[in-house]
Design a protein around this ligand. Structure first.
Ligand code: UDP
Length: 358
């Protein structure tokens, strides 16, 4: 029975892994088994444990406890832990998702041991090398043996870098969003969902304050409430900006700060609001999967087809927020254009792995 060692470390990866884990269970005849290593990159219960529970992910077979807070040392700790796990379970392939430090650490550890690497979400590019994720993606694609691209744009990006032979499957996160919202109704509400956690937005305190002011002013003008699940990194900056009363300050601006929520609750919030304002890669796609328009508060996106189709607009600076929000609020989105496949990407991936590896 072929064995995959799946590397997980961060919130979006737990979500992505749920789709493939379901596919492995549904396609027993393909004979795949999976071991999981949790690198400890996101160790906060609200960013980690809750996902294993509600997504029915098996408990990790290996869990690392990272000692260092410095990035290079953490990468080295991850690589060592993953190397030990590979040596212990001798997998047929190592599977990595996305673009986090855990992704690259997994790819580098497997490469050093000569184990085939499967990269799911290959070929995504923001063309912004200031983003650590962009560097992680490019380096991981170069090391990988089986590249699974979610979009035709991702396939083109790989061709442009001289990487051929990738597989186009649709997006595994779209599989999940469709699966977990099957039974949810899109209620008529007048609310907004806000998330922001990218260092470029939240580590720069004056910029964060400008975003909060711009979003708060727009909400007040339109008598709209924004729900804001606050990432721990963002919370740190909000405390630095406004002190311990930060959530009261936000509330006065119609922004209701809450703790990070579980995946199903997050999807419910997306499905029932009229606009998503986010800097998250995953949430901009989930907005589309839930047929909710979005404003992405970044200068670029890897998910360019959302912008081309008008499902999302990029908002470069706080001064543009009002215009962008006006253009998207309450817009009707129709997911029939199947930008990210038909919800069966995980099954396609498993079939490809069976053809290539077993
Ligand atoms: N998410 C969640 N609860 C939250 C915020 C986000 O479950 O309070 C999920 C969300 O649905 C998405 C994933 O976390 O699938 C995205 O993670 P994040 O925004 O941290 O990372 P990115 O997608 O930008 O890499």
């Amino acid at each position: 029975m072929p064995l995959l060692l799946t590397i997980l470390g961060a919130r979006p990866q737990f979500i992505k892994a749920a789709a493939l884990t379901r596919a492995i269970a549904n396609k027993v005849e393909l004979g795949w088994s999976q071991s999981i290593i949790h690198t400890g990159q996101h160790y906060d219960a609200k960013l980690s444990d809750i996902f294993f529970e509600e997504l029915h992910l098996p408990r990790p077979n290996y869990t690392l406890k990272l000692e260092s807070s410095e990035r290079t040392s953490r990468m080295n700790e991850m690589k060592l832990g993953i190397t030990n796990a590979i040596n212990a379970c001798t997998p047929d392939a190592v599977l990595v998702y996305g673009d986090t430090d855990s992704t690259l650490a997994g790819a580098q550890a497997a490469d050093a041991l000569g184990i085939p690497i499967i990269h799911i979400e290959a070929g995504l590019r923001s063309f912004d090398l200031d983003m650590p994720e962009e560097v992680n993606r490019i380096a991981t694609d170069k090391l990988s043996s089986i590249l699974i691209a979610p979009t035709t744009t991702a396939m083109k990006n790989l061709h442009n870098e001289g990487i051929y032979g990738a597989f186009l499957t649709g997006d595994i996160m779209h599989d999940n969003a469709l699966y977990f919202t099957k039974e949810m109704q899109a209620l008529e509400s007048k609310s907004v969902l806000l998330t922001m956690h990218r260092p470029s937005n939240v580590d720069d305190l004056p910029l964060l304050q400008s975003w909060i002011d711009a979003i708060g002013d727009w909400c007040a003008l339109h008598h709209v409430d924004a729900t804001f699940p606050v990432h721990p990194r963002t919370k740190k900056s909000l405390v630095a900006l406004y002190g311990s009363v930060w959530s009261h300050v936000l509330l006065k601006k119609n922004i209701h700060a809450i703790d990070p929520v579980g995946y199903v609750e997050l999807l419910r919030l997306i499905k029932t609001c009229r606009l998503v304002i986010t800097d998250s890669g995953g949430i901009q796609k989930e907005a589309y999967s839930c047929e909710t328009p979005s404003v992405v508060i970044r200068r670029n996106t890897e998910w360019v087809e959302l912008v081309k189709a008008g499902h999302t607009v990029l908002c470069f600076e706080p001064k543009d927020l009002s215009g962008c929000a006006n253009s998207q609020f309450g817009r009707t989105i129709n997911g029939d254009d199947a930008l990210y496949g038909n919800g069966e990407a995980a099954h396609d991936i498993l079939r490809i792995l069976s053809e290539k590896l077993s």
